[in-house]
Design a protein around this ligand. Structure first.
Ligand code: ACM
Length: 265
């Protein structure tokens, strides 16, 4: 399958500019799966909760999501995108998985960064893995990178690819995710934004890693880019690293516990 990471600079308070940026980057491309950054409909660095609320949409009534569904139909593609989600009077920093049928998956960010804690509710959907026509896909969002348990948990649940919409500001994530890919023997796909919003500058360098921890594609620090590669998700089905070592079967959960029994979802 062909996967594309969209790296661009979502504009705060400007849904139309963000729709235009998505259209321009996707253009005439023909990928099976597109992954977009965190909060790609809204921008990131809200002045306050009201500002985030004004930029949010409910999943069932969303110009942004409807637009992505129309792209998915047009391209017969799957799309993962970060999304400023309103649910009643609550806000979530969410990622949606979309195909030509509509929204087929939702994840709400578990680990909130900085003043996101004043704006969003922590995620309440656990760590789902979605069995799609392309393969098994899990989602994490940006600062979730800091928690290896989350990546392991998704891999143990069968995720062949972990899609990771991001608005990264710290300089560490891109050196860590290839290791998560390696130790879980799954693909990781970080679609990170670029640009500056008020006091935050985002680090770009969107990154796709394969099951051996190789960097398959890496974006620039500051350019809008569509970054594409062919990958085979079936490679993630084998957890063997030597003839005698399987990274899941060799786990000593009798010593350090089993994530499957300690994480609740
Ligand atoms: C982040 O979680 N947006 C850094």
């Amino acid at each position: 399958m062909k996967i594309s990471l969209l790296q661009f600079s979502p504009r705060l308070n400007n849904l139309q500019a963000n729709l235009d940026a998505v259209n321009n980057l996707i253009g005439a491309s023909d990928s099976d799966l597109y992954i977009l950054p965190e909060l790609a409909n809204s921008g990131y660095n809200f002045v306050d909760k009201q500002n985030a609320f004004d930029n949010s949409e409910s999943i069932k009534n969303s110009i942004y999501i409807d637009h992505l569904i129309s792209i998915a139909k047009d391209k017969n593609a799957h799309i993962v995108s970060g999304f400023c989600e309103r649910d009643g009077d609550k806000l979530y920093n969410s990622a949606t998985l979309i195909n030509s049928d509509g929204v087929i998956g939702l994840y709400r960010k578990l680990h909130l960064f900085l003043n996101e804690k004043d704006i969003f509710e922590p995620g309440d959907k656990g760590l789902p893995v979605f069995d799609t026509a392309l393969g098994k896909i899990g989602m994490l969002i940006c600062f979730d990178w800091m928690f290896p348990e989350a990546w392991r948990h998704l891999a143990l649940k069968g995720a062949q690819l972990i899609a990771h919409p991001s608005n990264l500001v710290l300089p560490y994530c891109q050196s860590v995710t290839p290791s998560y890919a390696l130790v879980n023997r799954c693909f990781t796909a970080t679609a990170n934004r670029i640009g500056t919003e008020r006091n935050l500058t985002f680090t770009g360098q969107s990154l796709l890693a394969d099951i051996n921890g190789n960097t398959v594609i890496k974006g620039s620090k500051d350019q809008s880019q569509l970054l594409s590669a062919e990958i085979d998700l079936c490679l993630a089905n084998s957890k063997s690293v030597t003839a005698l070592n399987n990274v899941f079967e060799d786990r000593r959960s009798d010593i350090y516990g089993d994530l499957n029994t300690t994480i609740n979802d």
